[in-house]
Design a binder for this molecule. Sequence first.
Ligand SMILES: NC(=O)c1ccc[n+]([C@@H]2O[C@H](COP(=O)([O-])OP(=O)(O)OC[C@H]3O[C@@H](n4cnc5c(N)ncnc54)[C@H](OP(=O)(O)O)[C@@H]3O)[C@@H](O)[C@H]2O)c1
Length: 331
Amino acid sequence: MKLGIIGTGIIAQEFLSIAHHLEKTEMYALCSTKRSEKEARMLAQEYSINQVFTDYEDVLRSEADTVYLALPNHLHYSYAYRALLAGKNVIVEKPFTPAVEQAMALSRTAREKKLFLFEAVTTLHQPDYRRVKEFLPELGTIRLVQCSYSQYSRRYDRFKQGEILPAFDPACAGGALMDINIYNIHYTAGLFGKPSSIHYFPNIERGIDTSGVLLLDYGSFQCTLTGAKDCSAPCSCAILGDKGYLIQDSPANLCQGIRMVLNDGTQKTVKNHSYGHRMICEFLEFENMIHRGDLNTCYQYLDHSLCVCEIQTEARRMAGIVFPVEVEQVH
Ligand SMILES: NC(=O)c1ccc[n+]([C@@H]2O[C@H](COP(=O)([O-])OP(=O)(O)OC[C@H]3O[C@@H](n4cnc5c(N)ncnc54)[C@H](OP(=O)(O)O)[C@@H]3O)[C@@H](O)[C@H]2O)c1
């Protein structure tokens, strides 16, 4: 693929540091804001990217066949929609879109135009996450799922002093649910699909959730998903069944190393670090799907992203967190 990378922030730079693993991908263009052009030119030199743009339209007119949107959340929908209209495949950073209606519009457009559309969320592509799926039947009847991802954000210090960065800004569709608990939703929905009911209990400061607890009721079992940017604790995911439990002592975006302990004393441990950085396996999968023209698998992932977006949207709206960008026109 000929990739246009949009954004020069933290995640764009993290991606560039692993981009050499993508042998079938040309890093074709880097697009920044005007204020970050100097930084973009330095990155382009460091990573041998030929084209630097400060106008997104120039990327859409260029020979790039795929764009990677490493942008604040409120821009995901409009930038992805414009790219699809221009006939480009789209890889959009998590969380997919602020509102589920926007996600559905993107999905419709991608399918009509037979284009690839991915949400870049590392969870689903981690080798150990696949092993969780394999182990599930051995746990018997599932009773509880507990995912905890609480990571004190340095941006929270600035937030408390009144400097509102995108990750805490309602205007940028920020907050703990969108930024961090979204991984727990991906983890859980990837295993069990959509729950029968959803309740979100946020801690709200300056109109945004800085932490919160999401309860997902699946009828025969309950899930507690905790996500925080205003406090820290060891991260973990645990699945408890009547025949045993499975636990990982890493957050849902990493899913590195799992341990299954059954009531009869059987233990199984899996630790697969063979891919190194968490973004490598997800981007290798995107690259391979595009290379093979495998739209079917892409759309299976897309259906999952729609499910997660539906859960996220419902949870937020029930808790009274509504973003201005949600009332943006949906095509
Ligand atoms: N997958 C992961 O593990 C992971 C981790 C972190 C973040 N993310 C996701 O990645 C996205 C970006 O997060 P981040 O932490 O990288 O944010 P960030 O450091 O604030 O970077 C955002 C980038 O977007 C650019 N930008 C802002 N407005 C723009 C516009 N109108 N047109 C073009 N570019 C614009 C910014 O340029 P300026 O600097 O010039 O404003 C900056 O380069 C978020 O959706 C976040 O949820 C994913």
